[in-house]
Design a binder for this molecule. Structure first.
Ligand SMILES: Cc1cc2nc3c(=O)[nH]c(=O)nc-3n(C[C@H](O)[C@H](O)[C@H](O)COP(=O)(O)O)c2cc1C
Length: 359
């Protein structure tokens, strides 16, 4: 696929998009991607994928840069993101039933710090619509020339209306639905915008959830004749002791990887800036340090072979390298894509490829 300067094109598009309220800009962008994917117009953002394969959790990742969950909650634009050169794309979070999320406005830019605050609250169209979109995606059929297809992660959560004591039911319902279509499944227990969700990260709750999920995976593996890896996505707002307990629980239940991290509740890095006091999760540059700290703790606790997907505050190739240095095997990007555009995908994937060649 031709590389048509996605960075400079994004340089033109960004002031236009930033002229809109952030959620509106997001909708315009996703609508544009959904309409243009798999058409010649996709050349506006398409880039040749960097081929830098890595084996992780039994999967072959074509390169080490992925799209983080939450940008394409309804899985409408998978082929567009595949065209940007991502090695893997994670869509969702999906919940069993569709739900509107929190009242608007619920997404804010903090451009002075390359950051966003969001309290969307898992707004999504629900599992059935999500699966219909996933099944329409063509990226697997399009991978040719002996290249391995991009990997697809499906990220699952709970409905706001489901009491936290019944959260397991929602995760199992989603797991049943997404399992046959996923290269990997992410159990998201770290959004700050669904009441009490993060309490699922604590000892007994996590033990019960992961026990149930692991048991269901065995049944699904038999039924579908494939063993999809399970990743658990955690928050950056955890102390050393909490990270240690989570690490032990992941290993005890045979989880295949951990995604670190989600957005942060901390505000010190943005104190005094417009919107800094909005409720929700802070992403982008200000979450980078906390995310890297959690990754380093996880690596120390989990040993060298346990897969860690690093996410939080990657806005440059250097940031991606720092995540790998902290202990991540592969990385994901969300806020960086908003501030830097799709050129960031190739830039980071290339830098990580060069690092590996040098090593
Ligand atoms: C607007 C917005 C919505 C998000 N929604 C989700 C979500 O639905 N599920 C999820 O697991 N993470 C979600 N995230 C978290 C991101 O996947 C990522 O973990 C976090 O933003 C840190 O990475 P970044 O600094 O590159 O954005 C969301 C982030 C943003 C900014």
């Amino acid at each position: 696929m031709p590389l048509l300067l996605p960075s400079s094109l994004y340089g033109l598009a960004r002031p236009f998009l930033f002229g809109f309220d952030p959620e509106h800009a997001h909708e315009i962008t996703l609508d544009g991607l959904a309409r243009t994917q798999n058409t010649p117009l996709a050349c506006a953002y398409a880039a040749a994928r960097v081929e830098d394969p890595i084996q992780l959790a039994g999967l072959s990742f074509p390169n080490r840069v992925g799209l983080a969950a939450g940008l394409d909650k309804n899985a409408r634009c998978i082929d567009a993101f595949a065209a940007m050169g991502f090695g893997f794309v994670e869509v969702g979070t999906v919940t069993p039933k569709g739900q509107p999320g929190n009242p608007k406005p619920r997404m804010f830019r903090l451009p002075q710090r390359d950051a966003l605050i969001n309290r969307l609250g898992f707004n999504n169209e629900g599992l059935d619509a999500f699966l219909a979109n996933v099944q329409k995606a063509r990226f697997r059929k399009q991978a040719g020339g002996g290249k391995s297809p991009m990997l697809l992660g499906l990220n699952i959560g709970k409905n706001a209306a489901t009491p936290i004591e019944r959260a397991v039911d929602d995760y199992l319902a989603c797991l049943d639905g997404v399992y046959p279509h996923a290269d990997y499944v992410t159990i998201n227990i770290s959004s700050p915008n669904t009441a009490n969700l993060r309490s699922l990260q604590s000892d007994e709750a996590l033990d019960a959830l992961l026990g149930a999920v692991a048991e269901r995976r065995e049944a699904l593996a038999k039924r579908h004749g494939k063993r999809a890896p399970l990743f658990v996505k955690i928050a950056p707002d955890l102390d050393d002791a909490q990270v240690a307990v989570i690490a032990a629980t992941l290993q005890r239940h045979g989880m295949d990887g951990v995604i670190a991290t989600n957005t942060t509740l901390a505000r010190d890095a943005v104190a005094g800036l417009p919107h800094a006091q909005e409720a929700g999760g802070l992403s982008g540059a200000p979450v980078r340090e906390a995310s890297n700290r959690v990754i380093a703790q996880l690596r120390a606790a989990l040993g060298k072979d346990f897969p860690i997907i690093g996410v939080g505050g990657i806005l440059s190739a250097a940031d991606a390298k720092a995540k790998i240095a902290a202990g991540a095997d592969v990385v994901q990007i969300y806020t960086g894509l908003i501030y830097r555009g799709p050129g960031l995908v190739r830039e980071t994937a290339q830098a990580l490829q060069q690092d590996r060649r040098r090593a």
